[in-house]
Design a protein around this ligand. Structure first.
Ligand code: B12
Ligand code: SF4
Ligand code: SF4
Length: 170
């Protein structure tokens, strides 16, 4: 629902990968809602700037973007690694790349994000500042710190990581 509000608030247009893209920042932002009884003048709706580009559709490894502006959530790596409670279906084997909690491929390849790429000012988001920089699924073959999971505070992330390790190991 957040995207419907964002569109009407003139924040951007909905890209073919279905995320909202802003003309100045690309799509690397979350949408927050403020409920108020203040009256605002209607915003100007931003027109679609995807043009003939299909980079996100071509790059999606699980063919989750079934057609332009239509994502099948059940095929999306974001769903498979975060929301999905059961095992990941065999048809996705070898297609998840190294993603263990969400996926950003369709946004990584979007020319609007490449154009406005800039270093984050949030220290926690900086490269080298989070756990994913010290760990990759392919490092499984190397020596593994048994206290690794104790360092992770977010329970949902811990569960996703353990499941990813489990499927990789099998
Ligand atoms: C369910 C969900 C998912 C599911 C399904 C996503 C999908 N594309 O179908 C999964 C788990 C796969 C997912 C993945 C991701 N998600 Co998500 N997700 C949501 C969530 C919680 C609900 C969306 C939903 O399905 N709502 C129900 C349907 C009916 O509503 P809707 O999608 O908004 O569609 C309506 C409007 O878009 C509107 N609409 C459509 N076209 C148009 C055109 C016009 C002109 C108008 C007026 C309206 C309109 O009509 C639709 C029906 O009402 C929202 C947060 C929220 N509360 O809205 C975040 C949200 C969409 N996700 C977000 C993000 C960041 C992601 C990921 C990038 C996370 C990640 N790194 O892994 C991926 C991206 C995957 C992708 N390519 O879309 C952000 C998007 C930010 C942005 N810049 O757009 C949101 C908005 C969260 C937030 N508050 O910031 N997500
Ligand atoms: S987030 Fe990943 S799996 Fe989901 S639609 Fe985008 S590229 Fe495909
Ligand atoms: S990659 Fe291309 S088609 Fe996909 S959202 Fe970005 S501009 Fe639109």
């Amino acid at each position: 629902m957040d995207k419907a509000w964002a569109l009407r608030a003139g924040l951007g247009w909905m890209g073919k990968h279905t995320n909202i893209i802003n003309l100045e920042w690309g799509s690397w932002f979350f949408i927050a809602n403020v409920f108020t009884n203040l009256e605002f003048p209607p915003s100007v709706v931003v027109e679609d700037h995807c043009g003939s580009c299909t980079a996100c559709i071509d790059a999606c490894p699980t063919d989750a973007i079934r057609q332009e502006y239509v994502v099948d959530g059940s095929r999306c790596i974001s769903f498979l690694t975060i929301e999905n409670k059961g095992e990941i279906a065999g048809e996705f084997e070898g297609k998840m790349e190294e993603w263990i909690f969400g996926c950003d491929i369709c946004q990584d390849v979007c020319p609007w994000n490449i154009k406005f790429k800039q270093e984050t000012k949030t220290p926690d988001f900086k490269s080298g500042s989070n756990i994913s920089d010290e760990f990759s699924l392919s490092s499984l073959n190397k020596e593994f710190d048994p206290d690794f999971f104790d360092k992770i505070e977010n329970d949902q992330f811990k569960k996703s990581l353990q499941r990813a390790l489990f499927s990789e190991a099998n």
